[in-house]
Design a protein around this ligand. Sequence first.
Ligand code: ADP
Ligand code: MG
Length: 388
Amino acid sequence: MNEILIKNTTNAFEEKFGTEPKTIVLSPGRINIIGEHVDYNDGYVLPAAIDKVICFAFEKNNSTTSKIFAIDLDEEFEIDLNSEMKLNNAIWTNYFSGIIKYLKEAGLSFEGVNCTFSSNIPIGSGLSSSAALECGFLFGLKSVFNFEISKKDMALMGQKAEHWVGINCGIMDQFASVHGKKDKVMKLDCNTLEFSYHDANFSDYSLVLLDSNVKHSLFTSAYNTRREECEEGFKMLKENFPSLKTFRDCTTDQVVEIKDKLSPNVYKRVDYVVKEIARVSLACAALDAGNIEVLGQLLFDTHEGLSKDYEVSCAELDALVGYAKDDASVIGSRLMGGGFGGCTINLIKKGQEEAVKEKFAALYDKEFGIELKAYDVKISEGTSLYKG
Ligand code: ADP
Ligand code: MG
């Protein structure tokens, strides 16, 4: 599948710039097995890079202007590296100027490139095409100009670029895109950025994403309010239990103890966060032990929390998880990503994948009149050079 993408990207480069690109970069989207909305709440997450990628072709152009061609949009962007970086109405260009802005601020030395890129990561479905853009472009410049930047700093710079574009995201997406490894998930400590790889062995089950094909506009505002609500909740926890350093030190008992001091919403948010942080460790242990049924149940529990307590689900996602609960071939399902649309991640008994997809698509069409898309995902390498 990616071979066609690579061919298209290099062909477009040759057409546009008249030379063969020497540097090809593949930068993946990501999934997150569990640990939702805890990356900005002192938690752990369990992401992995997937086999859906943005392909970039690069070549130095011996000038101080970069020329970037977005093949999928048929749009071009020229950027003078000596000018001040500014936000632009064409959103996609901002990820690129953001990376350039922060590379300059870090004092790294580079010049202009010609660049084309094309993607098979669905946009806005929660697979983080934006992180793939940031990390892929950054990795390409690093490869072309041979500057030193660690993987960790690449992820942090990608995150800064995303903040500049306007989403106050945590570090998970860029981290997963940069550090991904074939057949491994990463348990990432979002505070220290320490991480460990674990085998992504789901034994008799396959990972399938079901795309609700909706994106409700509540997303950004809710994201920012949830952050504020959690901050407020933690402040109250700390006032009552001064030895607490972060959410991860909290117990559910402590949350219950201060229930009366919190607004009902803040209580629910905090309760979710503390339980979700605990679920990530349980999920990791279940995965390591090959106990995939336990992992599946944890996914269902996370969805329940996201829907009822954190309140970032929507009717479409709740319905998809409902179909999964009613089907014995699906042992776990939850909304993945920020919520209010995008995908659910599902563990489906091997051999039953197609039957489940067909059945759910029919149910979903009947209930909402919307087409259900399904993506089989394989856990793959992080952002890297394509060597042909
Ligand atoms: P996601 O969940 O996919 O990261 P975001 O809204 O965070 O969704 O980022 C999507 C943005 O990334 C798009 O609005 C667009 O600006 C940019 N983008 C993603 N894929 C492409 C692409 N193939 N071509 C151009 N821009 C892209
Ligand atoms: Mg994104």
